[in-house]
Design a protein around this ligand. Structure first.
Ligand code: NAD
Ligand code: ZN
Length: 339
């Protein structure tokens, strides 16, 4: 097990890499701990939950909503939870987001920890303290910034992760490499997804590298004044096409990365689009998509504050060197139309 502690403004977070799920008992007693997980993760790993008080929620983004929060709170009361209880979210980003939120509001805040079980949650959602729920069509509309006490990585949990979720998670891995880590980009180029799926030693190293990359960015800019914005690479157009076509998040991010590379060519003189596109394809992600440009632009504009005239667009100078450039809407419209 590799243990690392990072200090955020409000709290320290301990990362436990290559740990075994059962290590939770070393941190807090089973009595003190209440687990929140979803039906898929629970169904695949029943043995691990034995002896723990466990709240099982329905799986999927459509359940990242207030009524699920209410259900969890009711069960916490029924289970006799108090201020000494630690809530542990075991699951993908939906579970970690909702657990962090419930822990933040239950009795005005109890301790929580995460055991991420999807690649996306391991490299992204469990890190940085943002949590919350969706309201109607608005994603992550309600929530808090509050750090968990620990994030425990037990890679054996990934054995049951469906292929499409591996692919989705790798969109964020490629994003990290593109904005910050050229050496990791080369590592991705010289491997393929199936290698990481089989070789858990390489996978553990890769996940840890990504977790530390995101952590470093967040520690330096917890409240998203500058550097943290880089993590939105691929997400500007990504979110718009995700809403419009109801496609998986990783696919949408991949399409967004493809567009951001093209825009970079025009704005920063970026010359390595082909390499980025090839890596996306290599990991089963679509770099291109015939999206309705007018509709996409309309969603993009409606996403932003009414009075803003521009968007902070994340572009690449080079692979491994991302930059945030404020681009006026009319310029973005021209650039997208010309794609
Ligand atoms: N807080 C943040 O900073 C942050 C960052 C990125 C994403 N997010 C949030 O994360 C969510 C997406 O996360 P996700 O992609 O992990 O989604 P998810 O939690 O819905 O998991 C995807 C699917 O995989 C299943 N699953 C997860 N782990 C499994 C395992 N080990 N075995 C079998 N099935 C498993 C889940 O049940 C679900 O069906 C979104 O709600 C997004 O808003 C939050
Ligand atoms: Zn994302």
């Amino acid at each position: 097990m590799i243990k690392k502690t990072f200090s955020f403004s409000s709290a320290a977070v301990t990362y436990l890499f290559n740990a075994d799920f059962s290590y939770i008992q070393e941190l807090f007693t089973k009595e003190q701990t209440i687990i929140v997980t979803d039906e898929n993760v629970f169904g695949k790993h029943k043995k691990k939950f034995k002896g723990f008080k466990t709240i099982v929620i329905k799986a999927g983004e459509q359940f990242k909503i207030q009524s699920t929060v209410d259900g969890i709170i009711q069960q916490l009361i029924d289970l006799g939870a108090d201020r000494k209880t630690t809530l542990v979210g075991v699951g993908g980003g939906v579970v970690t987001d909702i657990t962090g939120y419930v822990a933040g509001v239950f009795m005005r805040g109890i301790k929580c920890g995460f055991v991420p079980t999807s690649i996306l949650a391991m490299v992204d959602a469990a890190i940085g303290g943002k949590n919350g729920i969706d309201v109607g069509l608005y994603k992550n509309m309600v929530g808090l910034i509050r750090q968990p006490a620990f994030i425990l990585y037990d890679f054996s949990l990934l054995k049951s992760l469906p292929l499409e979720e591996w692919v989705n998670g790798f969109a964020e891995v490629i994003k990290h490499a593109a904005i910050k880590d050229f050496a990791m980009f080369k590592l991705l180029e010289s491997n393929k997804l199936s290698t990481f799926q089989k070789d858990f030693t390489s996978l553990a190293k890769l996940v840890q590298r990504n977790a530390l990359l995101k952590t470093k960015v967040v520690v330096e800019d917890e409240f998203e004044q500058g550097e943290r914005k880089l993590l939105n690479f691929g997400h500007t157009i990504g979110h718009a096409v995700e809403n419009l076509y109801n496609i998986p998040h990783g696919h949408a991010v991949s399409i967004g990365i493809g567009v951001a590379c093209k825009i970079s060519e025009q704005v920063t003189g970026f010359k390595q689009s082909e390499r980025v596109v090839n890596v996306l394809k290599q990991y089963g992600l679509p770099p291109q998509f015939e999206f309705d440009k007018e509709e996409t632009f309309r969603i993009l504009k409606s996403d932003k504050k009414k009075d803003s005239q521009s968007i902070n667009y994340v572009l690449l100078n080079k692979i491994g060197n991302g930059t945030v450039v404020p681009l006026p809407f009319n310029q973005i419209e021209e650039l997208i139309t010309a794609l």
